[in-house]
Write a protein that binds this ligand. Structure first.
Ligand code: NIG
Ligand code: FE
Length: 430
């Protein structure tokens, strides 16, 4: 078997090489592009990047060579906020929103997260795996090679464990890299409507210790919001998770000023996610604790809202912004990072370069994987994508287009389009 691979002929090899930490301010606009670039890979890891002539000298007879044919080659997207395991879908709510109902109204009248919980509880582990593997293919086809994946549609000890086991199986059996997050605190389940404290007790005393013992989650997340969990409940849960060795993420200030950003700052969480309602006070709290904001503009678009988070103020404050899809069956039924890039530039006025930094290297650092993926640098995994365009700005500009012609994980082609690189067959993973 061929263990060396060279990619040559990239119009732009978008390396994102730079300091080994999340990028802030003007650094977010520096993609460290190599024109007419090439890359040498061995045993799934990047050996060297450089100008074509420089890399061609290193190619020996056993090395497989792929010509990108004047296309953009860049790191696979790292989607640092998704809910990709669920049964059924909520196309009915999409129709209700078209008829004028809001996301919150639908949730308050028994739909929303609750309706996905009922279907997910009723599904077997195999059924959930099969449904979720379909979305795995969508991620890869749109150029994503790593996703953070949350539980949160089980809301019983056994159903949360079931979801996390599905995520582990997806990580083991598909080419996509999954980083698991425990989100037992997504919403209080109906059985605990009149005794929320008992549900928080269950999370703190039983769910978190078991999840930690089984090594099923790297992070713990809480939906800190009216109708979900308040600041005190969220704090209790996150402190318990931290005591069990999990990193912290918070759904914060999405639908109202919930206090989530300040809690994330107080606890030194890795990320505060959403932030549609965050203002100056919240932004400076996040900065003082070095919390990375994860912005999810597709969820704003797809619930039909117009309130996007203030990305420019966050960049000006020196925050290391991350962009993600928030893929889920309710507020954000999309796996498309290219759509997120389009929204970042049109609705949040991020430059195309800032958006790509937020969708790759900054996202990787927010998952604790900044030394493994998210840029094309020696020693990192060769997780990269060939996009059918000459200039990286076309990714968000030609909107709604599936640009990737080939996605590679650990140097192996795992998804390709009909226009994909000649002479290479995608490894089957079905
Ligand atoms: O990130 N905000 C809470 N959770 C998800 C929505 C989940 C759902 O509607 O099923 C979100 O938007
Ligand atoms: Fe979410």
């Amino acid at each position: 078997m061929n263990r060396s691979l060279a990619i040559i002929g990239a119009s732009q090899l978008v390396t994102l090489a730079g300091p080994r930490r999340p990028r802030i301010g003007a650094e977010m606009r520096d993609l460290a592009i190599i024109n007419d670039g090439a890359m040498l890979i061995r045993d799934g890891r990047i050996v060297q990047t450089g100008a074509r002539g420089e890399i061609e000298k290193l190619i020996d007879a056993d090395c497989e060579v792929v010509d990108a044919d004047k296309r953009v080659v860049m790191p696979g997207f790292v989607d640092a906020h998704t809910h990709p395991v669920f049964a059924g879908n909520r196309a009915d709510e999409f129709e209700m929103r078209a008829a004028g109902k809001s996301y919150q109204e639908i949730a308050a009248s028994g739909g929303g997260i609750r309706s996905t919980v009922l279907k997910t509880r009723a599904a077997s582990e195999d059924e959930l795996f099969t449904a979720s593997r379909r979305y795995c293919d969508w991620f890869l086809r749109a150029g994503t090679t790593t996703v953070e994946a949350k539980s949160g549609y089980g809301l019983t000890l056994e159903d949360e464990m079931k979801m996390l086991r599905v995520i582990r199986r997806l990580d083991e059996e598909t080419p996509l890299r999954y980083v698991p997050t425990f989100l037992g605190a997504h919403t209080p389940p109906d059985e605990y409507k009149d005794n929320r404290t008992a549900y928080v007790d269950l999370i703190v005393n039983e769910m978190i210790p078991l999840v930690a013992r089984e090594g099923l989650a790297r992070f713990c997340d809480v939906f800190c919001e009216k109708g979900a969990f308040d600041v005190d409940e969220s704090r209790r849960i996150l402190q318990a998770a931290r005591a069990c060795g999990m990193g912290l993420r918070v759904h914060a200030d999405q639908l109202s000023l919930s206090g989530g950003s300040q809690l994330a700052a107080e606890l030194g969480a890795m990320t505060a996610d959403h932030l549609e309602y965050a203002g100056e006070t919240q932004i400076s709290a996040l900065k003082s604790a070095n919390v990375q904001p994860v912005l999810l503009p597709a969820s704003v678009l797809l619930i039909g809202s117009h309130r996007y988070p203030d990305a420019r103020a966050m960049i000006d404050a020196g925050l290391a912004i991350v962009l993600a899809t928030d893929f889920n069956p309710g507020s954000s039924p999309t796996t498309s990072m290219p759509l997120v890039l389009t929204l970042a530039s049109t609705q949040m006025k991020m430059t195309p370069a800032e958006a790509i930094t937020a969708a790759t290297i900054n996202a990787a650092f927010s998952l604790g994987l900044g030394d493994e993926v998210g840029s094309l640098e020696s020693g990192k995994w060769a997780d990269f994508v060939i996009h059918d365009c000459e200039d990286y700005r076309e990714l968000g500009y030609f909107a709604g287009i599936e640009h990737p012609v080939g996605a590679f994980v650990k140097g192996k082609l795992v998804a390709r389009s009909a226009r994909g690189p000649a002479g290479l067959a995608a490894d089957s993973h079905s």
